[in-house]
Design a protein around this ligand. Structure first.
Ligand SMILES: *[C@@H]1O[C@H](CO)[C@@H](O)[C@H](O)[C@H]1NC(C)=O
Ligand SMILES: *[C@@H]1O[C@H](CO)[C@@H](O)[C@H](O)[C@H]1NC(C)=O
Ligand SMILES: *[C@@H]1O[C@H](CO)[C@@H](O)[C@H](O)[C@H]1NC(C)=O
Ligand SMILES: *[C@@H]1O[C@H](CO)[C@@H](O)[C@H](O)[C@H]1NC(C)=O
Length: 255
């Protein structure tokens, strides 16, 4: 018994001294979300757009382009799995360049909160747009609370928000966006409402609003982050106390 006494008391004292000092030290301010933490394919995968995320992942150039726009602002629209799966045979038939363009067509190089989308109608450029020809654009059209993305070939409604924190927003849509550069309109009965009416794209307004406006970063999110941080801290403190208690028990058992 004797040889165990001193080390076990020392261990117990050491653990006791850890509890008060390590609690304040183990509670740094919650880390703000940095753009490095935003993994677009991961967010899509886990929120109903796994097929689209897989396409992005397997098309390195497109994935890189999405990722490199995160810092400066990005709004991406992903067709949900039930919508994208029937489209996959068509996708496979595209050329490599068309595949990249189609994926890039699903993102705008600007951050738009859902409020911005609901209050701006107009033509927007996408990551697939060639600056000189302004091709691969589509029209954002809203009707009440429904935001619709219209190409000359397809119309998609935004059906959900996967992620929305300036500078990145990810939305689910219920149709694949088919650019007229790749697909032919199926039928041409009613001419679409003239896009030139809204030729002033909402981009400048969106850009302005995204710079630190209260709308862009909701206080509710911050409160939630704070709360999560508090919970983590409480959990960490609980774990530490538990470890100390178990260790103390063994220290006394040896005595
Ligand atoms: C994003 O997450 C996926 C796993 O879901 C991983 O394979 C990929 O490398 C990540 N990408 C980045 C840029 O971290
Ligand atoms: C894909 O291309 C092949 C050969 O060009 C064609 O037979 C097939 O119908 C196409 N599939 C689709 C879904 O368009
Ligand atoms: C949209 O793209 C078409 C080509 O598909 C182009 O002719 C047109 O000028 C573009 N519109 C705008 C407003 O950029
Ligand atoms: C989009 O929403 C409108 C209005 O709610 C609806 O009439 C239309 O069917 C929807 N489109 C799709 C593709 O779900």
């Amino acid at each position: 018994m004797q040889p165990f006494l001193r080390p076990s008391i020392l261990l117990f004292l050491l653990l006791l001294s850890l509890i008060p000092t390590s609690l304040p030290q183990s509670s740094p301010a919650p880390q703000p979300l940095t753009t490095d933490d935003i993994n677009i394919t991961d967010l899509m995968s886990k929120n109903g757009c796994k097929s689209f995320a897989d396409l992005l992942h397997s098309t390195a150039d497109a994935a890189d382009s999405f990722a490199s726009n995160i810092g400066s602002g990005l709004t991406a629209f992903c067709p949900t799995d039930p919508v994208l799966k029937p489209f996959l045979p068509l996708f496979k038939n595209l050329t490599a360049d068309q595949k990249i363009s189609l994926l890039l067509y699903h993102a705008i190089p600007i951050y738009y909160s859902i409020q911005m989308l609901k209050s701006n109608n107009g033509v927007v450029n996408t990551l697939a747009t060639d600056g000189t020809t302004k091709n691969y654009n589509f029209t954002i059209q809203n009707d009440g609370d429904v935001v619709t993305l219209q190409t000359k070939v397809t119309k998609a409604n935004i059906t959900g928000t996967l992620f929305d924190k300036d500078p990145v927003a990810l939305y689910a849509i219920d149709e694949v966006l088919e650019p007229t550069e790749i697909f032919k309109p199926a039928e041409v009965p009613v001419p679409a409402p003239a896009p030139q009416v809204v030729a002033d794209s909402p981009k400048p307004a969106g850009k302005k609003q995204s710079n630190g406006s209260p709308e862009a970063q909701s206080p509710g999110d911050k409160a939630a982050d704070q709360k999560a941080g508090d919970n983590n801290r409480a959990a960490a403190a609980g774990n530490l106390a538990g470890v100390a208690a178990v260790a103390a028990f063994f220290a006394f058992a040896f005595v």
